[in-house]
Design a protein around this ligand. Structure first.
Ligand code: SF4
Length: 238
């Protein structure tokens, strides 16, 4: 949840020219705006992940389960799952049909079972059951794309190797006009150019919270949004 929401005052609908709207924004200006956005987000949200985990293996499993599912539901499922499956070998040797039932309520349970079991088998075969801490090694494992690898590296190992671009980050980055790209990896590259590296993990975590709790898909809360003055899309949904 947001730590607190600043209220910058009501926007002047129509009268005020928004930053970056209706013209090509110079690179230096966009960079300054991006840094101001980083600062505002840091003021508004704690940089925290809402998935429960105690180690990188648990984080990887929870992240795979979180696709198209709320973190709350994932946490309910992993509470018992993590007691039963403690090591990569436990997952690698799991009975797929039973595992499907154990994670069924997270949705897409057949695909998620395939991903988690294949990921664990890769860990056992190539990494002695230990989750590696480099992007190159992680994305070579079955079930792990760049987004999941960024979550593991950032929140599991404290390494700023990239920026998580999930559905929330994609939508908010577009509204903020920090990227005009549609492909998550290209959006990530644009954000990495704009955001200082030391902020990558925290920025991603805060953008996710901002997308969940303020800049929602259907009804963004522009009134009282901490980024309102910096957002080219503010009140364009009214
Ligand atoms: S001002 Fe509105 S569109 Fe812009 S980031 Fe805030 S909630 Fe989203």
């Amino acid at each position: 949840m947001p730590r607190r929401t600043k209220t910058p005052g009501p926007a002047k609908r129509g009268g005020k020219r928004r930053p970056g709207r209706g013209r090509k924004e110079p690179a230096a200006e966009r960079e300054r705006r991006a840094r101001a956005i980083v600062a505002r987000l840091a003021d508004a949200y704690a940089a925290r992940i809402e998935l429960d985990f105690d180690n990188p293996l648990q984080l990887a499993v929870a992240t795979i389960l979180s696709a198209q599912c709320t973190d709350k539901r994932v946490n309910e499922v992993t509470r018992s799952l993590f007691k039963k499956y403690g090591t990569a070998a436990d997952y690698a040797n799991a009975d797929p049909e039973q595992f499907q039932e154990e994670i069924r309520s997270t949705g897409f349970f057949r695909n998620k079972t395939r991903s988690i079991l294949a990921f664990a088998q890769g860990l056992v075969e190539k990494h002695d059951g230990v989750v590696p801490d480099t992007m190159e090694e992680l994305v070579e494992l079955a079930g792990i794309g760049r987004k999941t690898a960024n979550v593991i590296l950032g929140s599991g190992f404290g390494k700023n190797e990239g920026i998580v671009v999930d559905t929330h980050v994609k939508r908010v980055a577009g509204r903020l006009m920090l990227s005009e790209e549609d492909d998550p990896e290209k959006i990530e590259q644009d954000l990495m150019q704009l955001i200082p590296r030391r902020e990558w993990t925290d920025f991603g975590l805060r953008m996710i919270q901002h997308g969940r709790y303020t800049c929602s898909a259907r009804k963004p809360g522009c009134d009282g949004c901490p980024l309102e003055e910096l957002c080219p899309s503010a009140h364009t949904f009214d």
